[in-house]
Structure formats: structure tokens, C-alpha cells
Write a protein that binds this ligand. Structure first.
Ligand SMILES: [Zn+2]
Length: 305
């Protein structure tokens, strides 16, 4: 009996030990948010991204396995601005997890940290099925916004796991200092050549364009989420000829057919850029995303995409 009691006591201590060391279970909606959270959370967080790098985050299937992940999450970080509106509410509803109810520390809308672009005047605009009704949600394609979001993630990690607050602060300082230095280098490289004007598939690049000094002249989609009709494509070809636009750009997850057809008809190059972390094998960290994009834009500017 005595031995049994001792064994039980030792076991209880083990459990306490395991619990104290267990990493905080974080679920993010996108691989970008996961990369930022891992960068500042280190070994204190166990991060799972729902949307994979190959997926357009506007369109993700709400699978039961994701409901289980959200059910166990201690922190759910989402992009916001309705990027995930087609699938995240279903996952949250199915998960019945009190830790992530609105207003609780376990739920973080990352968009609150950044200044938004393309916010419709007069409030939310859902006319004609527009999937950016509250403004453009692709804000992590400006590296300066990555630093802001990492800061808001750390604020929340400190709140949920105060024991490791110093580690989170130190990791954030390292991450933002490295990112600022890289951002300066990228800006120098981007300023080294003439302007780039292009046609994009979707309004993926608004933040990137503003940061990188790129001009997106028009879009293959007539409105975000609305495919182009034949007349719109004819107008785009005319515009490309009139304005000398030589590049059509797609995000890696965009369908290629209309982009390729437009590039052929407009005698332009088709450029496929990574729009998220995990888009390609060599784009696994947040900084990799911009390294790849900046290199591609440099090539466009030198006439060799
Ligand atoms: Zn979008």
C-alpha cells in the first residue's frame, strides 16, 4: 500500500511537471500567422496552421479535424477582415471552446494591429459578392505589418503564459530587429531600378505594392472573388497595349488559365509570386517570402522575369 501511494505521488508530480512544461496550444488560420507565432513563441508554443501554403486562404474547407484542433486551442489567431469568413465561423461554432470566445484572451484578430487599405467608404460593402467587404485583408504582404502583428501576438502570449514573458520579449526584439534590417536591404534593392506596372489576378498585392513601389494597373478579377468575363479580358489586353504593361502576376495559389491566356494575348510575361509562407519549399519563414518576392521584382525590372 505504502509503495502504491509513493508511486501515485511520484506520478502526480510527473503530471505537474509535464503540465508546467507543456507548450501553449496555438491554432492560426494561415501559415503566415503560424510562422510569426513560432518566431516569437519558440519552444513555448505548439502552433498549428489550418490553411496550408498551397491554399488560397479565402477558400478553405471546414474539416472536422480542424474543429478538433480549434476545440483544443488555448489561443486562436486569425487574419480578420473577413479573409476566413467562409470557414472559420463554422470551425469556431463546432469547436465549443470557451477559451476562444469573443472578448477572451484566447482569441486574437491580427488585423487590429495594422493600418488597413481599401476600406470601403461608408462602411462594409458586400455588393456583387465582393470578398473584401471591410478592406483588403492581405496585409501581411508588407513586412512592416509582420512586425506589428508579431508584437500583438507577443502581447497575447505574455497574457496567457506570463511565466515566459521575458522569453517572448527577447524573441520579439530579435525578430523585429532582424526583420527591420532585412526590410531596409529589400527597400534598397527595390529602389535600384525603374517602376514596375503589372496586371494581377486578385487584389492580393495592395500592401506589397505600396511598400515596394509597384503599380498594379488592373485585375483579372472584376471584383475580389468575381471571375473575369470575356469583355473584361479584352479591356485588359487593350490597357496593357496602351500602357506598355509587360507583366501579369499571379499568387501561387491562383488558377493559372486566365492569367496565362491574358499574358499570351497581351504579349506579357506571366509571373507567379508566393503569396504566403509555405508557398514553395524555400519559403518557410516570413523573411523567405519577401526574399523571393523582391528577387522576382528585381528580375522584372531588369527585363528578365
Ligand atoms: Zn483577397
Amino acid at each position: 500500500m505504502h509503495r502504491l501511494m509513493t508511486a501515485m505521488a511520484v506520478c502526480a508530480l510527473c503530471l505537474v511537471g509535464v503540465q508546467a512544461q507543456a507548450a501553449l496550444r496555438v491554432v492560426t488560420t494561415t501559415p503566415d500567422l503560424a510562422a510569426l507565432t513560432r518566431a516569437v513563441g519558440g519552444s513555448h508554443v505548439d502552433v498549428y496552421a489550418i490553411a496550408k501554403g498551397s491554399q488560397d486562404p479565402h477558400y478553405v474547407a471546414a474539416k472536422p479535424s480542424y474543429v478538433r484542433k480549434v476545440n483544443r486551442a488555448q489561443l486562436l489567431i486569425y487574419n480578420g477582415l473577413e479573409l476566413e469568413v467562409a470557414w472559420l465561423p463554422l470551425l469556431i461554432q463546432g469547436a465549443r471552446n470557451r477559451a476562444i470566445t469573443p472578448g477572451s484572451a484566447g482569441l486574437l484578430d491580427a488585423s487590429l494591429a495594422v493600418e488597413k487599405l481599401e476600406v470601403p467608404e461608408g462602411g462594409v460593402d458586400r455588393s456583387q459578392g465582393d470578398i473584401h467587404p471591410q478592406g483588403n485583408p492581405h496585409y501581411l504582404l508588407d513586412p512592416r505589418n509582420g512586425a506589428l502583428v508579431a508584437g500583438s501576438v507577443v502581447e497575447r502570449l505574455r497574457q496567457l503564459d506570463p511565466q515566459h514573458a521575458d522569453d517572448y520579449d527577447a524573441a520579439l526584439a530579435r525578430f523585429t530587429s532582424d526583420l527591420a534590417q532585412r526590410t531596409e536591404e529589400w527597400e534598397q534593392r527595390l529602389s535600384g531600378a525603374g517602376p514596375v506596372s503589372l496586371i494581377a489576378f486578385h487584389r492580393t498585392w495592395s500592401y506589397l505594392a505600396e511598400w515596394a513601389g509597384v503599380h498594379v494597373a488592373n485585375y483579372i478579377e472584376e471584383k475580389p472573388g468575381i471571375p473575369a468575363g470575356p469583355r473584361h479580358l479584352v479591356r485588359l489586353v487593350d490597357q496593357m497595349q496602351a500602357e506598355g504593361i509587360r507583366t501579369v502576376v499571379l499568387a501561387h495559389y491562383n488558377p493559372t488559365r486566365s492569367g496565362k491566356s491574358l499574358a499570351d494575348r497581351g504579349k506579357a510575361d506571366l509571373l507567379v509570386l508566393p503569396a504566403s509562407v509555405d508557398a514553395f519549399d524555400d519559403v518557410q519563414e516570413y523573411v523567405d517570402l519577401f526574399e523571393r518576392i523582391v528577387s522576382a521584382l528585381e528580375a522584372v525590372r531588369s527585363g528578365k522575369p
